[in-house]
Write a protein that binds this ligand. Structure first.
Ligand code: HEM
Length: 406
């Protein structure tokens, strides 16, 4: 690959970074592509749109843990470069002190106690879905398992009954760039309006008679006399749909594909259940559902020995960082359910570390446990794995496999 152009900043264009323009990815082999990025250097410039790409673990961590130097308020995806927001579209787009206040108000609703109260119902939901899967013949595990579980869990967070599960799914699809519904502008707008009206209704209800659930917690939590406004609460609930659905879905489907491709690793889980927790972490690293998020430098600085000027965006390629040999050693390219330590960045890192991490971990563990409880001895791929072309979400659209019990 030759470098062909530079821009007014004087930085040299790296054509490999063009994959982060727009929302479409056109790489056949993601793992090889990320390895190529990491080999090119710690920071690679895209002159077409003017952003840096950071493909290595060390720089991703440096950016993620310094929100003073690298802010989120100027967009977290490359198509937002240059956008001006009157108010932040999500909490992911906020910076201290707003983010710190916001986080203090929503964190309690995702605390250990609340996630613990969800444990039984998440496991029950996973078990019900797994118990309905056919055994010893081919099934695509995406529609009957990976899609409904996160939808059901989020519907539960919102206090919505079973007959609204389809709505929750459609609202989530309409909020995520790159999905089919997202491309249909009229349908998307209608779904968004419907969702916001429903969320505002739920907020009003929770204000009047809050229950001891996530939405009730969010409606009542006060920090130093401060609490979320109705608009903030509705915006946050909307964000749960975006943040918690496709991410978890693709982690589940991608994880099952990895286990089918590595039957020795499933055999280790069958032999030793205590490996489920580390298997969940390895699935998160291996699948890295969120491919990248972006920050913008607030001042002149330096990253990996490269000067970065104030105003320059930096793309943190989590999916590449999670395969970095400098962090994970010579086995970085192997799927190892017992990996320890496993400092992956699938949930990001620092101030914006995923708020739903405990819940997502619980969902993935619940699926593994339900499959083990059902006596699945081996997972075998039964057809081509479908992958989405998004450069934001590492989507697994089809995962046909046989769940063997003999
Ligand atoms: C495996 C599944 C998941 C993955 C891979 C994932 C990934 C991420 C990542 C990378 C971030 C960092 C954003 C940033 O740095 O700008 C994040 C933030 C966030 N996630 Fe998740 N997520 C998952 C599941 C969930 C779930 C289940 C929920 C809630 C129901 C959730 C809610 C959030 C929220 C609210 C934030 C924003 C936190 C902040 O800005 O302070 N996520 N997630």
């Amino acid at each position: 690959m030759t470098t062909v152009e530079s821009d007014r900043s004087g930085h040299v264009h790296e054509p490999l970074t063009d994959q982060f323009l727009g929302v479409e990815f056109s790489v056949a082999d993601h793992v090889a592509y990320y390895a190529e990025l990491r080999a090119r250097g710690p920071l690679l410039w895209n002159a077409t749109q003017g952003f840096w790409v950071a493909p290595r673990h060390a720089e991703v961590m440096a950016v993620a843990t310094d929100s003073e130097t690298f802010c989120s308020g100027r967009g977290i995806l490359t198509f937002e470069i240059g956008a001006e927001y009157a108010s932040p579209p999500t909490m992911m787009h906020t910076d201290p002190p707003d983010h710190t206040r916001y986080r203090a108000l929503v964190q309690p609703a995702f605390g250990r106690r609340v996630v613990k109260t969800l444990d039984a119902s998440v496991r029950e939901a996973a078990k019900a879905l797994v118990d309905r899967l056919p055994l010893d013949r081919a099934v695509d595990v995406v529609p009957p398992l990976a899609v409904p579980l996160p939808v059901q869990v989020i519907a539960q967070l919102l206090g919505l009954p079973e007959e609204r599960w389809d709505d929750v799914w459609a609202w989530s699809e309409a909020s995520i760039p790159g999905t089919e519904i997202y491309a249909d502008e009229a349908r998307r707008a209608a779904l968004n309006a419907e969702m916001m009206a429903e969320l505002m209704r739920l907020v009003a209800e929770a204000r009047v008679s809050p229950k001891d659930d996530v939405i009730g917690q969010l409606a009542t939590t006060e920090v130093d006399g401060d609490r979320l406004t109705d608009d903030e609460l509705a915006m946050f609930l909307n964000q749960l749909l975006v943040a918690g659905n496709e991410t978890t879905r693709n982690t589940i489907s991608g994880g099952l594909v990895a286990l089918a491709e590595n039957p020795d690793q499933w055999a280790r889980l069958v032999a030793d259940r205590s490996l489920v927790a580390s298997a969940v972490e390895e699935i998160l690293r291996w699948t890295t559902a969120v491919i990248y998020f972006m920050r913008t430098a607030t001042r002149d600085t330096e990253l990996g020995g490269v000067p970065v000027a104030a105003g320059e965006p930096v793309v943190m390629v989590y999916a590449s960082a999670n395969r970095d040999e400098a962090e994970f050693g010579p086995t970085a390219g192997s799927f190892d359910v017992g990996r320890s330590p496993n400092h992956h960045v699938a949930f990001g890192f620092g101030a914006h570390f995923c708020l739903g991490a405990a819940l997502a971990r619980l969902e993935v563990a619940a699926v593994l446990d339900a499959l083990l409880d059902r006596g699945v001895t081996r997972l075998e791929l039964a057809g081509p794995v479908g992958r989405s072309a998004s450069n934001i979400i590492a989507g697994v659209t089809a995962a046909p496999m046989i769940l063997h019990t003999t």
